[in-house]
Design a protein around this ligand. Structure first.
Ligand SMILES: *[C@@H]1O[C@H](CO)[C@@H](O)[C@H](O)[C@H]1NC(C)=O
Ligand SMILES: *[C@@H]1O[C@H](CO)[C@@H](O)[C@H](O)[C@H]1NC(C)=O
Ligand SMILES: *[C@@H]1O[C@H](CO)[C@@H](O)[C@H](O)[C@H]1NC(C)=O
Ligand SMILES: *[C@@H]1O[C@H](CO)[C@@H](O)[C@H](O)[C@H]1NC(C)=O
Ligand SMILES: *[C@@H]1O[C@H](CO)[C@@H](O)[C@H](O)[C@H]1NC(C)=O
Length: 584
């Protein structure tokens, strides 16, 4: 009822304001050499003309276009991409797109189309991407034998639906085959004929917004799940509210269809719902479970979770989750039967302050642990990594970026016995200094300590490193620590006045040292780097001596064999002094 009232209101308000418009067509001159015209956000009220011919990409998004007339696109027969999203389009002439036979991508999302017309698309034989989200049509075309999409034999990416969409009928998607990605906004869907989406394949990614149906009609949800779940499908279930036992019943469908990956997005869940989800998924093929931008009500009292057999479960991914009763939340201990299979865990930005060592004990297969953007401290990480006793022996990658860690000495002790660890990301923490020496696993090749407050480097850095990121610290010098196998060194955003001596890094291939306070460097400095191929050193405070300018011009002018390539843009290299050359 509510949406109908809205529609009526909309209809009247527009009926009143529309006056016959006799406007000269505007011209858009924002075209580039790739025949891409970016006419976005320019307040156009009609499709403009452009200043070049044979335009390939036309971006008309975020304008005030209300109609697309028969001749509006006549000069655009070369188009491959047409973006009309976020205008106020209410009507499109039946033949408006008929000359666009090479069109591969059409975006009509977020307009005001109250009905969709099959004739629009009948000549778009090359179309691969079609986005129809966010309008106000209630059905997909007139129904009957006239499927909207029957000519779109190349279609691979389809998005449709809006808050007004009420039904998807058998035959609505006739003609579409081999769809790769599908998104359906059906938060207020009332009717779905079983089988309507059933012929699309392989459906690599499917996103379903089914808030209303999850509350009112679980049969409908089951029918859709049945139609979109293939074992290769990555299913995203969005905007839902899963509060009690019954609401998860439709997931038995994806269990039967042997789906392997599911992600809940923008969802509200309780532990009761999750427990029953696990039960419904007993013996499922599920390998990957994710939860993103979600609210979780519950205390982590998983007691009633009976032993669920999810022996294929490999990956869990949690990101941006608000746990409403965070201080009552106990742990995942009761899910131990599940934890023992996991190889990858990401819990990002979920206010995690500790993972109990007892939990870590259960994660015997774990290879990848991402706890970035949480509230870990040295103390709680010590607990999570079980005081460095080498529990979690299979870990290859640890990411504790963006927490509240302060001591490099502690982290090094915690990981030193993880003898498969390759990659350690401790960036965006509060480190201010390095101890004189540290002990690390012999396998460690990637270390990221960027975005901290380090002023000096010491022999704490492991000799095994191949990639080291120390960008965005407060380093003023880097001249005493040799790293024999280092291939990539990131030092941008520090306060270095000179290039580090090249002989320290005999294997270095890539050096990034932008935005420091380098005054100059020359051929002699570069020669010391025996293997360097790529250098980025822009945005420094160069003193433009004749020698340096000559060197730079020569550098850009023509590559000398074996020389280092400057891979940032030349206009990053500006003179800071002498004064007459300073660019302000
Ligand atoms: C097109 O122009 C808009 C507005 O001026 C801008 O926001 C957008 O980034 C541009 N798109 C591209 C691909 O350059
Ligand atoms: C639920 O949806 C199915 C499939 O569209 C439909 O047949 C049925 O009538 C709906 N039930 C209710 C209670 O709306
Ligand atoms: C999340 O879901 C709610 C309820 O359906 C919806 O109103 C909101 O727009 C959604 N948010 C996003 C970012 O999609
Ligand atoms: C670690 O997490 C941060 C923040 O979430 C992310 O930017 C970074 O790419 C991650 N590092 C790895 C190695 O995945
Ligand atoms: C190191 O971490 C920062 C911030 O988390 C990230 O932006 C950067 O890409 C990482 N560096 C490397 C080499 O992956």
């Amino acid at each position: 009822m509510e949406s109908l009232a809205m529609l009526v209101l909309l209809f009247f308000s527009q009926g009143q304001s529309s006056t016959p418009e006799v406007e000269k067509r505007s011209t858009c001159d924002r075209c580039d050499e790739r025949l891409f015209c970016n006419c976005s956000s320019r307040n156009y009220r009609h499709v403009p003309t452009v200043t070049v011919t044979e335009v390939v990409t036309l971006d008309l998004s975020f304008n005030d276009i209300t109609t697309v007339a028969e001749d509006d696109l006549r000069e655009y027969t070369w188009l491959r991409t047409l973006d009309l999203r976020s205008n106020r389009i209410q009507s499109i002439h039946e033949w408006a797109f008929h000359l666009l036979q090479g069109l591969e991508s059409l975006d009509l999302s977020y307009n005001q189309l109250a009905a969709l017309n099959p004739v629009w698309f009948s000549k778009l034989l090359s179309l691969q991407h079609l986005n129809l989200l966010g309008n106000c049509y209630r059905t997909l075309g007139p129904g009957g034998t006239l499927s909207l999409f029957r000519s779109l034999i190349r279609l691979r990416f389809l998005r449709f639906g809006n808050p007004a969409l009420e039904e998807v009928r058998r035959g609505d998607l006739a003609g579409v085959r081999q769809l790769d990605q599908l998104e359906v906004y059906g938060n207020n869907l009332k009717r779905y004929d079983p089988g309507s989406i059933g012929d699309l394949w392989p459906l690599r990614v499917v996103t379903l917004r089914l808030r209303g149906p999850f509350q009112d009609n679980l049969t409908l949800v089951s029918s859709i799940f049945h139609d979109v779940s293939y074992s290769e499908t990555f299913l995203v279930v969005a905007d839902v509210l899963l509060l009690e036992k019954t609401s998860v019943a439709p997931f038995s469908e994806i269990n039967q269809r042997r789906l392997r990956s599911i992600l809940f997005q923008n969802a509200t869940l309780t532990d009761e719902a999750i427990i029953h989800f696990l039960e419904v998924m007993d013996w499922a093929s599920l390998e990957s479970f994710g939860l993103e931008d979600a609210t979780f009500h519950g205390t982590g009292a998983w007691k009633p979770a009976r032993q669920t057999h999810l022996v294929n479960m490999d990956t869990v991914y949690f990101r941006n989750i608000e746990v409403v009763k965070v201080f009552k939340f106990t742990s995942f201990l009761n899910l131990g039967f599940l934890l023992k299979y996991l190889r990858q865990i990401s819990i990002i930005n979920c206010k995690v302050y500790v993972m109990p060592c007892l939990t870590s004990h259960l994660l015997t297969q774990l290879e990848y642990l991402d706890l970035s953007s949480n509230l870990l401290t040295d103390l709680t990480l010590t607990e999570s990594l079980c005081h460095g006793h080498g529990i979690l022996r299979n870990l290859r990658v640890i990411n504790v970026s963006d927490n509240a860690l302060k001591s490099i000495s502690i982290i090094s002790k915690l990981v030193t016995r993880l003898d498969k660890l390759i990659h350690l990301d401790i960036s965006q923490n509060a480190y201010t200094s390095m101890p004189p020496t540290c002990s690390w696993p012999q396998t460690l090749t990637h270390l990221n300590i960027s975005w901290a407050k380090l002023q000096r480097v010491t022999h704490c850095l492991p000799l095994t490193l191949e990639i080291l990121d120390l960008g965005h610290n407060d380093l003023t010098a880097f001249h005493s620590v040799a790293l024999p196998v280092l291939r990539e060194l990131h030092l941008s955003g520090n306060k270095l006045r000179r290039l580090p001596p090249g002989w320290l890094f005999p294997s270095l291939e890539v050096l990034l040292i932008q935005s420091n306070t380098l005054n100059m460097f020359g051929p002699m400095d570069l020669q010391l780097y025996r293997k360097l191929r790529a250098l980025q050193a822009g945005q420094n405070r160069f003193v433009c001596s004749c020698e340096f300018v000559y060197f730079m011009v020569w550098r850009w002018g023509g590559a000398v064999e074996g020389s280092v390539e400057l891979t940032d843009r030349w206009d990053n290299y500006l003179c800071d002094s002498p004064l007459p050359l300073q660019v302000i």
